[in-house]
Design a protein. Structure first.
Length: 494
RNA sequence: CGGGGAUUGGCCUAGUGGUAAGGCGCAGCGUUCGGGACGCUGAGAUCGGGAGUUCGAAUCUCCCAUCCCCGACCA
């Protein structure tokens, strides 16, 4: 029996062991024993190409809203962290710290750290502190505001239990940092950037998300409040896909980010920060993949069409490949999609599985039969359906297929989420659902942290968010019975 | 840091005291090629490390290391 086939069948997206599934199926990341550094990912070209597309699209969306890119140092003086009390507490436990600046060779020919530094440097877990130390120098007048800056960077968080894509020790992300003259404008920006993330997740990645606010215990350390988008994975667990924080003046005050307003009065700025990381690739995989491997939505796929020429005799091969080239050129020119022709000297079936595993949304088969009929066979990755397409109708048909794959992927994920979302009115019900089929549980909550932590303790589920969409009804908190109008989503999360 | 489990060619696994076996993959040749091909040939492991028991250890004992899973922490 073929080993690879067995692996893919046994490691489905619904199995618990996602990490193994990533490694075997995605051909993109290596963790743990496969990585030279524990908890850090080696992202191979196939996986990185997805990230590059994400960067390209998001970056454009930011720029359309006046955001500019900049870059700040990887190392942050320890004292910067100590300036904001809540922020230190949130991150102190999980930081990598640089304490020495050289290595000496000892008698045993081992390298030992030397040159102890006066002030240790923290490898950035996030850049608020170092960026705002610069903002204090850059911002003087209301004319300097708003300041809208984004950084594409790597960050390090020494988490206890890493998981590929979802929680790696080092990860790549984008972090936006803005400063405004009024609270209202900062509030607005927090929501505006959250909307950018929603749009991107739903429109490009075909991942349906729910917008909401984090509870006090789940918010970003140092934020006034944290807005987020939450998605549901195929095992019913929740994944936070992106966050947008309203920082209030919590950083402006300790970092003295001040400006003079129109009336000549000195004021502290109002700030926001927002980010999306390589975790989003994990979300993409865990939302759309099936037992055959990845499925990448056409709008974000590094390559949306793969052409498999099929031949048995040498003269067929020549015809078929020249035809494949014609078609590729046409699709590239008229649809602007990346196309690859797989000319490897392998059996067609073997190539089919290869590209299905990698998640390429559309496959085109061209064989001697098609040459005679003036057709091609197009195969959708999401449904597996085979469609014979006449060459005269090629371009509009391919366009249509790609569009329909994109929207069907979204629909499928949305329907699954709806199916796995239940509203409950008793504590017993929430416990049963979470223990049984999982998914999202919508329930009324009084806002008390005690009720929240009781649920977490007894079910391991947390409040994923308080959705923006609320019914204006008075009900009872399902935990303590106190009257409330707040509906929240409980779920087990990654 | 607590609780479980694992470690045998590049990968997966068999082997419970007698001197390492098979599959995948890899290389070569030939036949194949519209859903993971097959035949023949070949390369590749002192069985995680160390100590001990024994005539003899992948196998038994002790120590160590590393990794995985569950939990605490978290984008």
């Amino acid at each position: 029996m073929n080993k690879t086939k067995e692996n893919i069948n046994s490691i489905t997206p619904r199995s618990k062991d996602y990490s193994k599934w990533y490694l075997d199926v995605i051909d993109a990341a290596e963790l743990a024993e496969n990585s030279p550094v524990r908890g850090c990912m080696v992202i191979k070209p196939n996986g990185y190409a997805i990230w590059e597309n994400i960067q390209k699209v998001l970056d454009n969306m930011f720029k359309l809203r006046g955001v500019k890119n900049a870059y700040f140092p990887l190392f942050i003086p320890k004292s910067f962290f100590e300036k904001e009390a809540e922020h230190v507490e949130g991150f102190a436990k999980e930081c990598a710290i640089v304490t020495h600046h050289r290595l000496n060779l000892n008698k045993e020919r081992k390298l030992v750290p030397a040159g102890l530094m006066e002030e240790p440097l923290v490898v950035r877990p996030t850049s608020e502190t170092i960026i705002y130390s610069m903002y204090a120098k850059w911002i003087h007048s209301f004319r300097d505001l708003p300041m809208l800056i984004n950084q594409w960077a790597n960050v390090v968080r020494w988490e206890l239990r890493p998981r590929p894509f979802l929680r790696t020790t080092e990860f790549l992300w984008q972090e936006g940092h803005t400063a405004h003259s009024t609270k209202e404008e900062a509030d607005e920006t927090t929501l505006q950037m959250l909307e950018v993330y929603r749009d991107f997740a739903e429109d490009y990645l075909a991942i349906p998300v729910i917008k909401g606010i984090k509870s006090e215990s789940e918010k970003f350390a140092g934020a006034a409040y944290t807005a987020c988008i939450e998605a549901m994975m195929q095992d019913g667990k929740a994944l936070q896909v992106a966050t947008s924080h309203m920082l209030g003046q919590n950083f402006a005050k300790p970092f003295k980010v001040k400006f003079t307003d129109e009336n000549g009065n000195e004021q502290y700025v109002w700030q926001t920060s927002w980010g999306m990381s390589t975790r989003i690739i994990g979300a993409l995989i865990m939302t759309h993949s099936d037992d055959k491997g990845l499925i990448i939505p056409p709008k974000i796929a590094p390559m949306s069409v793969v052409i498999i020429p099929i031949w048995s005799k040498d003269h067929d091969k020549k015809d078929v490949i020249s035809k494949a080239n014609n078609i590729a050129t046409k699709i590239i020119a008229e649809i602007g999609q990346v196309v690859h022709i797989d000319e490897r000297d392998e059996r067609p079936g073997s190539k089919f599985y290869d590209w299905e595993k990698k998640g390429i949304p559309l496959r085109i088969e061209i064989g001697p039969r098609d040459i005679i009929n003036n057709t091609i066979v197009a195969v959708r990755r999401d449904t597996g359906s085979k469609i014979e397409v006449s060459l005269t109708n090629l371009v509009p048909k391919i366009k249509e297929l790609l569009n329909s794959i994109q929207s069907d992927l979204y629909k499928r994920a949305f329907q699954y989420r709806e199916k796995m979302t239940q509203e409950v009115d008793s504590y017993k019900a929430i416990k049963n659902i979470l223990a049984d089929k999982g998914g999202f549980v919508i329930a009324y909550w009084c806002g008390d942290q005690k009720c929240e932590s009781k649920v977490k303790k007894e079910t391991t589920a947390t409040i994923r968010c308080i959705p923006f969409e609320q019914k204006q009804e008075k009900r009872k908190c399902i935990i303590c019975g106190k009257e409330t109008s707040t509906r929240v989503i409980f779920a087990k999360a990654y």
